[in-house]
Design a protein around this ligand. Sequence first.
Ligand SMILES: [Zn+2]
Length: 231
Amino acid sequence: MICMEFKEWLIDRAFAEAGNALKARNHMQKCPDCRKLYELDDELEGLIRRGMIPVEAPPGLGKKIEMGINSSNPKNFFPWSWSFIPALAIAGLLVLFLNSFFDQHGGGFYSFEQLGNVALQDHVSTEALAFVAHEVADIPAWYEAKMGHAVSLPDMAARGFTLVGGRICKLGNCDAAYLTYRRGNKKVSLFILPAADAKMAMEPGRPYILTMNGNEFEFWKAQGQLHNLII
Ligand SMILES: [Zn+2]
């Protein structure tokens, strides 16, 4: 079995002949790349089973698939429907997920979409806050004590956001200060990471804005920090 055949086997291994599994196993023993692919595919399946990945494809993925397979209408792929996704697109998805796993394992974020998608999981999560606004007098000091480095808070009140509370969260391999605000009846999330966690080119102080899935994402670097606001 060669790498290409291994990848074909991996994509539809649920339907593959039993004999091929043995060939695939033999190939994996000799080929670390394919072994890694297999492990990540397993990890991905585990994540899906545990419901950590939304059923709807991450926004931006459509665009990437479109570029990858040159489809005239990528919207046909959504909502997520495996039976209509050509094998090539599945392979493309796998590669994209693998890339994001590599990125996460390496630490840091390489695109706004990648960071935004990971942060969105926390934005929609109902995980309890570690503190509510009035409980902590000095919030930067609270984060500094927990995270081991200074965290400075941008003036969110000036933009009409009322602090609800905060906690620490994991974005990939990165620890982030997470703060949640309200504006009207809208939940707003702010993530603060060390600036070095952003591998994408960003001009200091300049906001980068992205709309995905009806949420507005704003990213900016200031005071050695990377900020991601989700409204
Ligand atoms: Zn191989």
